[in-house]
Design a protein around this ligand. Structure first.
Ligand code: URA
Length: 228
């Protein structure tokens, strides 16, 4: 989904956050009392985010990059933050890292339209610097709600920031990658970020391996009857 450049009225998102979970404020979606898995739509979440200015990245972004793909995907990808091309186009993984991701998807027998792709941060950090802890703190409730809306079978974490958020660990990606983890309802496959493999060519074979593992896992875990 492309977003239009920022303009117009600002919506104050903070009013929707509650402190029920100490580590992760919950994003309250108007009209939903319990917010059970798959209850809230992605459109409702997008509406609540509005023209977010909860952190300074709201001032420097061109477009907020919400996420794209199949709202009922079995596989959800989580990246770090939009880069320059993503910021300009309002869509995740449309630059060089995205081209790498497309090739990797086919190794797993997947197409872009089968999956959902989002990032830990919705706005580009200037110069593609790393996300800051307080930016993650205010932005992550949006991702959390997206995950609960899609309720995928497996979450593929691209790089350290996504892996640390989803698995709630500080263990490095090189130790986490290459195997399927579980957290609550979800299987989780942490892997090297596709952009990192562009700079460290020797890592490409590791990330290829992880995407083949994803394809194998999907074959071994077919969609259950009535769950399609
Ligand atoms: N890198 C990311 O982590 N996300 C994008 O959307 C693009 C590059």
């Amino acid at each position: 989904m492309s977003e239009t450049p920022k303009r117009g009225r600002r919506r104050v998102v903070r009013t929707y956050l509650t402190e029920e979970d100490e580590t992760m404020p919950q994003l309250k979606i108007p009209g939903h009392e319990h917010q059970r898995p798959r209850e809230v739509t992605l459109e409702e979440i997008r509406d609540v985010i509005g023209d977010c200015h909860l952190c300074p990245l709201g001032e420097t972004r061109t477009n907020l990059v919400f996420g794209v793909g199949n709202p009922h995907a079995r596989v959800m990808f989580v990246g770090e933050a939009p880069g320059r091309n993503e910021d300009l186009q309002g869509e995740p993984f449309v630059g060089a890292a995205g081209q790498n991701l497309d090739g990797l998807l086919s190794l797993a027998g997947l197409r872009r339209e089968d999956v959902y792709i989002a990032n830990v941060l919705k706005c580009r950090p200037p110069g593609n610097r790393n996300p800051k802890p307080d930016e993650i703190q205010v932005c992550a409730p949006f991702l959390r709600e997206q995950i609960r809306s899609i309720w995928p079978d497996i979450i593929v974490c691209l790089g350290n920031f996504a892996s640390h958020f989803v698995l709630r660990t500080e263990v490095g990606i090189m130790s986490l990658r290459g195997q399927i983890h579980t957290t609550g309802h979800f299987a989780v496959l942490p892997t090297i970020h596709p952009a990192a493999a562009l700079y460290h060519r020797e890592w490409q074979e590791l990330i290829d391996h992880d995407f083949r593992l994803l394809g194998q896992w999907l074959q071994e875990h077919p969609v259950e009857e009535g769950d399609a």
